[in-house]
Design a protein around this ligand. Structure first.
Ligand code: HEM
Length: 397
């Protein structure tokens, strides 16, 4: 912005093209170099990318609303409104209150032993081979076994969680062809949620059954109450899977950081936040503006949408010194990888626990990771994922 010019600088990148998806960090750098708020001319959207601006928007949910959906596309938004992610208070608070309970720090601690056991199992399996793929073989195991079991869906639902999760994130971005394919994939989820057999097949003590029961007790129709399980199905898999694969890649590229962590497990908490900061599995969601507002000198108009770019905020040099460096001792407090404000990640305690059990188990046995081939990016409009991270390991004696 120059002088009193209320327009955002135009940015030439396409946030949803193959280049930005494969290498989001370069896209963030180009955006941030122009200013904290830019106009993405190819996507016809304002984007908030400065850390200060992103966090302020996330905390100002009255103006930056989620109630009309957080996808870039209005047709899609009509299909997804109503979940915790895609709602405003008071509806948001009612559903979140029901679905958060099993994910509270206290309740997540109760499942630590189970997660540790499963982490040990997969790490042993991987380390029995000298090479493995951290993205496709190691990373999916914990989310797929633990979360799938805890949610307690019947077999059909369990077997489709990964596909529904990826498709839900595809709905949030461009291009239209990928959104259309995702809508098609998600017809199965809709049928599943609407099928009366679904409720009968939920495991008695699973999170889905609990949420549905509490929803009905609080006066929701059975159909609306069964939708509550959308808080667990789509967001719990690809996000954590992405962060685990990315974390192993970072440690392979930065053996000094791995050595530090191996020798001081007190650094685990910070290491996980640093991985999530750099990876930022969810690149961005939109918000619908309920009022005109000026952000960093740029006028944003009521009834327009703005893209809130968590990934750029996490690499903003105004907030994080040398933001592209991987430093497990960095002060990451306030990063936007799990969001902020009332929509901050519902499952962050579980995601952190899964990651810390897995990296702990690896640190007990692995002296060093080395990349054993090219790292291949994954393709999803919203999730910054890796399809392949081939590594070989040197084991501790
Ligand atoms: C490393 C793993 C994860 C990352 C990086 C992540 C990231 C995020 C982010 C950035 C948001 C904020 C969305 C917004 O501002 O609109 C969010 C919300 C959410 N996440 Fe996660 N997430 C992860 C794991 C999980 C897990 C394991 C679950 C469920 C078991 C989960 C469930 C949710 C739900 C339901 C919301 C919406 C909350 C609300 O609107 O109140 N997430 N997540």
């Amino acid at each position: 912005m120059v002088g009193d010019n209320p327009y955002a600088p135009a940015c030439a990148i396409d946030f949803y093209d193959a280049a930005s998806i494969a290498d989001p960090a370069s896209a963030y750098k180009k955006m941030l170099a122009l200013g904290p708020v830019v106009w993405l001319e190819k996507n016809n959207l304002h984007a908030l990318c400065g850390h200060k601006e992103v966090v302020a928007a996330l905390k100002n949910h009255d103006v930056f609303s989620s109630g009309k959906g957080v996808s870039v596309d209005d047709q899609v938004n009509k299909l997804i409104v109503g979940s915790s992610l895609n709602s405003d208070p008071p509806q948001h608070d009612i559903s979140r209150k029901i679905t958060f309970n099993p994910l509270s720090p206290k309740n997540v601690r109760h499942i630590r032993e189970r997660i540790e056991k499963e982490a040990h199992f997969i790490v042993t399996k991987m380390l029995d081979k000298s090479c493995f793929d951290a993205a496709s073989e190691l990373a999916p195991h914990l989310p797929l076994t633990i979360v799938r079991d805890l949610v307690g869906l019947g077999d059909y639902g369990k077997d489709h969680m990964l596909e529904w999760g990826a498709a839900t994130f595809e709905l949030m971005g461009d291009p239209k062809e990928r959104r259309d394919a995702a809508v098609n994939n998600l017809k199965g989820l809709r049928t599943f949620l609407e099928d009366s057999d679904t409720l009968n097949n939920l495991s008695e003590d699973g999170w889905a059954n609990r949420a549905t029961r509490l929803g009905i007790e609080s006066g929701m129709t059975p159909a609306r109450a069964s939708e509550l399980m959308r808080d667990y199905i789509p967001p719990s898999l690809d996000t954590t899977i992405s962060a685990i694969g990315y974390g192993v890649m970072l440690f392979a590229k930065h053996p000094d950081q791995w050595e530090k962590l191996r020798n001081d497990r007190g650094l685990m908490k910070g290491a996980i936040e640093e991985i999530v900061r750099l990876n930022t599995p969810i690149r961005a969601f939109t918000r619908y503006l309920t009022e005109d507002i000026n952000v960093a000198g740029v006028d944003l108009k009521k009834d327009s949408r703005a893209l809130v770019v968590y990934g750029a905020a996490n690499r903003d040099p105004a907030r994080f010194e040398n933001p592209d460096d991987f430093d497990i001792e960095r002060k990451t407090i306030g990063h936007a990888g799990f969001g902020q404000g009332i929509h901050a990640c519902l499952g962050m305690n579980l995601a952190r626990l899964e990651m810390s059990c897995l990296f702990d188990s690896l640190a007990d046995r692995v002296e060093r990771f080395e990349l054993d081939g090219p790292v291949v990016p994954g393709v999803n409009s919203t999730i910054h994922s890796l399809a392949s991270v081939p590594v070989k390991v040197q084991l501790l004696n």
